[in-house]
Ligand binder design. Structure first.
Ligand code: FE2
Length: 287
């Protein structure tokens, strides 16, 4: 099987053809995917027609899988699948309700001791309009910094907590006590260098989330939050962003080590959006 990889015209993203996710990939296919994932950040595999078991098997060939802490959102019979959407009794959307709300730019599981190194999202049902996923290139955002900013940021340690995510979701949810779930053995916060070097290439990338990052070590809380707000604006400028407009049966794999992502709003009263996510656990040290 030979792969065809066609880059998008954006700062990141490439369309990959010649992969059947219904089969467990050979080692040479895995290596091609890993190389392209680091290079392009986001890989789009159109027209995949896969079952939850096939998605799980394909993902598990790339890395050990992580389950969502939100037990209600695990798929019955295939708990490695995180059901993201508004079709079930308890919607999980991560999308803002209204067009002018803040987007929840983040990298998956940054608040956990073992973050997600990559995630695979598979489109089961898509809205007629909206519900896109935006991806921002953190290599580009870092490269664009001034030399003195690179020197300063390289010495900073950022603090990440599910509390930041919980506050955002609470703002977005009708249910006042909405909780994304936290496993009992998880610490309330974790800290990572703000500038992360990709384990495959050593290339530096900004590593944070707009809501889940709650401060900078050694800084006053307000100063840290203001810094994160400014950094989020810089890092998600349109020239660093690829917008994925979903089509039925798209599967999209992204590199959480060097990409932020955010869902855009859609009319949840008229549209259904249903995605199946598998989450690949980080197996390299973040530091
Ligand atoms: Fe996410």
């Amino acid at each position: 099987m030979s792969l065809s990889i066609e880059p998008t015209e954006s700062a990141l993203g490439a369309v990959v053809k010649g992969v059947d996710m219904g089969r467990v990939p050979d080692p040479d296919i895995i290596e091609s995917i890993e190389t392209a994932l680091e290079q392009y950040g986001v890989l789009i595999f159109p027209g995949q027609d896969i079952t939850p078991a096939q998605q799980t098997a394909f993902s598990a060939a790339l890395a050990p899988l992580e389950m969502t802490a939100n037990i209600d959102a695990r798929l019955d019979g295939q708990p490695e699948i995180f059901v993201v959407g508004n079709t079930g009794a308890k919607p999980v959307t991560f999308a803002p309700k209204f067009g002018n709300d803040d987007l929840e730019w983040h990298t998956d599981h940054i608040h956990r001791p073992e973050p997600a190194r990559a995630s695979l999202l598979y489109a089961k049902e898509i809205p007629a309009e909206g519900g896109d996923t935006l991806f921002a290139c953190m290599y580009s955002a870092y490269d664009d910094l001034a030399a003195e900013q690179k020197a300063q940021y390289g010495s900073l340690t950022a603090i990440h907590s599910v509390a930041g995510l919980r506050n955002y979701l609470r703002e977005q949810s009708e249910e006042e006590d909405y909780d994304p779930g936290r496993q009992a053995d998880m610490p309330e916060s974790v800290s990572w260098p703000l500038v992360r070097h990709h384990p495959r290439t050593g290339r530096p990338a900004l590593y944070f989330g707009a809501k889940v990052t709650i401060g900078i070590e050694g800084w006053a809380e307000e100063t840290g939050l203001a810094f994160i707000r400014d950094l989020s604006s810089h890092a998600t400028r349109p020239e660093f962003v690829y917008r994925h407009v979903w089509r039925h049966h798209d599967a999209v794999l992204w590199d959480n080590r060097r990409v932020l992502h955010a869902a855009t709003p859609f009319d949840m009263t008229r549209n259904k959006r249903l995605m199946h996510r598998t989450t690949l656990r980080e197996t390299e040290p973040v530091h």
